[in-house]
Design a protein around this ligand. Structure first.
Ligand SMILES: [Zn+2]
Length: 336
């Protein structure tokens, strides 16, 4: 057990890195970029995990009779995931049992302020370092061609948070910890509202509510894995070379279970005829929670020769529901 703040932070980061090594996470992400599946890790380590409506608690870690984790069903997926990683930290760091409420989990995972003890700080640091290892943050930024300057923009940080499967605030704290942004930028980012990010992206489309997340998908998402929730919205923004006769074929999006609620074209900055346009498609999932999208930009008369494509796998079955986690259910099915 750590005896100082700095030791707790060091331990949390080091143990998260060790677990990733043990799991071979980095190799998996090279094969397909996405978020760390913490529920799958807990399942692999044979720790009993149950989801329940927990009054006033986000999660708990128990040791008797066997290691067990409880996670609330009353929060969005990103909070469930952070709580699960925190409880996994208690297990992996061989901590005492713990009941965890908002007080413990809403703070910066890299500061001791307001935390009851060093064990909680250590588990929080573990959670952040496990869900957002530096190499994964960098891999997502490389995929999108983003540099440190881009990460001063709250819209981009929000999109990064969605791909990491973490909350916007936890992502800001972690970028500051990695010295990608300085404390004053982190403060400004933390003051920015997530709802505004969603509204800016959706433009004049007004959803029933803003509970779900809003993803911006572009050709930079090619080959990735998207993991979100049933009520998430998607803005798919694609460059279309219509003057050359090319159009994006959206049939496959509909076949994958998405409902298109808006489809517009917008001129790019340049003037003149013959320039590409942006195709902006707003959609949400209607049927099935899992699947794959394969969109191609093609000439209708030459469909076999696409100019560009956007393919991604999706799992939008979050948040985790009462009972076993999705990972444990999958494991039980495979064993049957
Ligand atoms: Zn705790």
């Amino acid at each position: 057990m750590a005896s100082s703040t700095s030791e707790a932070i060091r331990n949390g980061v080091a143990k998260a890195a060790r677990l990733h090594e043990q799991l071979g996470s980095q190799t998996d992400m090279v094969a397909q970029l996405g978020s760390i599946d913490v529920f799958d890790t807990i399942s692999q380590l044979d720790i009993t995990l149950l989801l329940r409506p927990l009054n006033g608690l986000l999660g708990a870690y128990l040791r008797e009779p066997a290691p067990g984790i409880l996670i609330t069903t009353q929060r969005p997926l990103s909070i469930q995931r952070f709580t699960a990683a925190h409880e996994l930290g208690h297990f992996y760091l061989e901590h005492k049992p713990s009941l965890d409420d908002e007080q413990v989990l809403r703070r910066s995972p890299f500061q001791n302020r307001g935390l009851p003890d060093l064990q909680e700080l250590e588990a929080n640091t573990f959670a952040a370092a496990f869900l957002m290892p530096r190499w994964l943050v960098m891999q997502h930024c490389r995929q999108r061609g983003w540099t440190a300057v881009d990460l001063q923009d709250p819209d981009k940080v929000y999109q990064l948070a969605l791909r990491l499967g973490t909350s916007y605030a936890a992502t800001c704290y972690t970028l500051q910890r990695y010295n990608v942004i300085d404390p004053s930028v982190a403060k400004e980012l933390l003051a920015a509202e997530v709802r505004t990010r969603k509204q800016r992206l959706l433009g004049d489309f007004v959803p029933e509510n803003y509970f779900g997340d809003t993803w911006l998908l572009t050709e930079a998402d090619q080959g990735t894995s998207i993991s979100g929730s049933r009520n998430d919205l998607f803005v798919i923004r694609l460059k279309e070379h219509s003057s050359g006769g090319y159009v994006w074929n959206l049939d496959q999006l509909v076949e994958s279970g998405f409902l298109i609620v808006q489809d517009t074209r917008e001129a790019l900055d340049e003037q003149g005829v013959g320039n590409p346009v942006f195709r902006n498609i707003t959609a949400h999932l209607e049927d099935s929670n899992y699947g794959r999208v394969d969109l191609t930009e093609q000439r209708p008369w030459q469909p076999q020769e696409p100019l560009s494509k956007l393919s991604f796998d999706f799992d939008l079955s979050g948040p985790e529901l009462e009972g076993l986690s999705r990972a444990d259910k999958k494991k039980a099915l495979l064993a049957a």
